[in-house]
Write a protein that binds this ligand. Structure first.
Ligand code: PMT
Length: 208
């Protein structure tokens, strides 16, 4: 199958030297791309700004901002059967990006933000027979938020991680996740390497 994966953070510029972003390193999404390629799938990986090597056999598209990630997803989506959205897309961006470095004495301490589009919600009308998988990054017990996101984003599966759990979430080599399905089923996985989590996810997707 053709699998499309997004990974890493997005970076939203304030001026040529500053940005807002988040703590995603891309490790989880790159592990999904690698596990999918190892399982014999044809994989396109849309990566935010991260410093990770491309997994063998994976086609990589680099982007920086949420708007660029959305454009890349819209371009790649027609050729894919499964879309796994592991990226930590910035929900907000500065209203304007200054063309030159902002001087301390012209800044008033207020940064005006505007919402970024939700990529999964934007492409939902194009879903057709495709499988869409999301991740939910929560700070605390994830059930309520994960099931809300599963429903509101029209997903076939959501992978929830409590990013405050030791060994889970951002920047670490391991993750502890629970898979939530639209029929109410859920499967809690133990603490595993991100590669093992990704392998379990790909196995699960093959049987969806
Ligand atoms: O990259 P690592 O350091 O390995 O960290 C892994 C991770 C914590 C980033 C990963 O496991 C994870 O949880 N990824 C999703 C992070 C996230 O943005 O979660 P969310 O709950 O805010 O978003 C829910 C879903 O909507 C996600 O599938 C997200 O990709 C998607 N989304 C979010 C915002 C947006 N504007 N568009 C989207 O499509």
């Amino acid at each position: 199958m053709n699998v499309l994966v997004t990974a890493g953070p997005t970076r939203e510029p304030i001026d040529p030297v500053r940005f807002i972003s988040n703590r995603s390193t891309g490790k989880m999404g790159f592990a999904v791309a690698q596990a999918a390629a190892e399982a014999g799938h044809s994989v396109t990986l849309i990566a935010g700004p991260v410093s990770l090597p491309t997994p063998p056999g994976v086609r990589r598209v680099d982007v920086t901002t949420a708007l660029e990630m959305l454009a890349a997803v819209e371009r790649e989506l027609p050729a894919c059967e499964i879309y796994v959205s592991a990226a930590a897309v910035a929900d907000w961006r500065p209203e304007t990006c200054a063309p030159t470095k902002l001087k301390k004495n012209v800044m008033d301490g207020v940064l005006r933000l505007v919402p970024n589009p939700d990529i999964l919600k934007t492409i939902r009308p194009l879903k057709g027979a495709r499988r869409f998988v999301g991740f939910a990054a929560e700070t605390g017990e994830p059930t309520a938020e994960a099931t809300r996101k599963l429903r509101e984003k029209g997903l076939d599966l959501i992978v929830a991680n409590d990013v405050t759990t030791p060994g889970a979430g951002f920047a670490v080599e391991t993750n502890r996740v629970t898979l939530f399905f639209p029929d109410g089923r859920r499967e809690a996985l133990p603490l595993l390497s991100k590669h093992e989590v990704a392998q379990r996810l790909i196995e699960c997707l093959q049987s969806l």
